[in-house]
Design a protein around this ligand. Sequence first.
Ligand SMILES: O=C([O-])CC(=O)C(=O)O
Ligand SMILES: [Mg+2]
Length: 229
Amino acid sequence: MEHTEIGVVRTKIERADPEAVAELSKFGVATVHEAMGRVGLMRPYLRPVYPRARMCGTAVTVLLQPGDNWMLHVAAEQIRDGDVVVAACTTESEDGFFGELLATSFRARGCRGLVIDGGVRDVADLEGMDFPVFSRAVNAKGTVKATLGSVNVPVVCGNALVRPGDAVLADADGVVVVPRERAAEVAAAAAAREAAEEGKRAQFRAGKLGLDLYGMRGPLAALGLRYED
Ligand SMILES: O=C([O-])CC(=O)C(=O)O
Ligand SMILES: [Mg+2]
């Protein structure tokens, strides 16, 4: 039974199916969020630290204490190829928990990126490395290594629940969490949605109006919309 506690590292986690995660990685965050039934989005204050950052992988979760990045080093050992790290904090904290050194270490373990409900630094180097990071702040202020948190416990990051092994997708539009059991089903729904959008795109390109494509004229008239010269 999973639950959140302080001072524990879970070394065995169940990850979303890698093929389903590879499939999910083909889509944008908005498409996946819609395909899931409009759930799973983190709050929009989590932003990429450089333009065009994008990532998809299975979550190694970290519960940090404010101003303390010790658990990120503990988490590094739990990373497997294809993982992303999702770090939440017990209390709001915008210190610079993470930078290019930790990114170098994470990448060496096969990490595809980081989402952190806190601050990061060395962003020019992170961009140079193309190591995708989504954070709530960029902050040069350093952190200590003094207090225990946890690794691979369920966390709430950007107001969204993330369990170890869930699929996490992030791009310029935001961050979405796909429960690990739903990864394949959501990827299929995203593909169907994309195909439907391609049909609409072709019609918009040809000059068709949403008013006609979506049959909006009748409902607008029923509500009394008037056109005046
Ligand atoms: O070392 C730290 O405390 C965070 C950092 O700047 C890095 O990882 O490069
Ligand atoms: Mg640094």
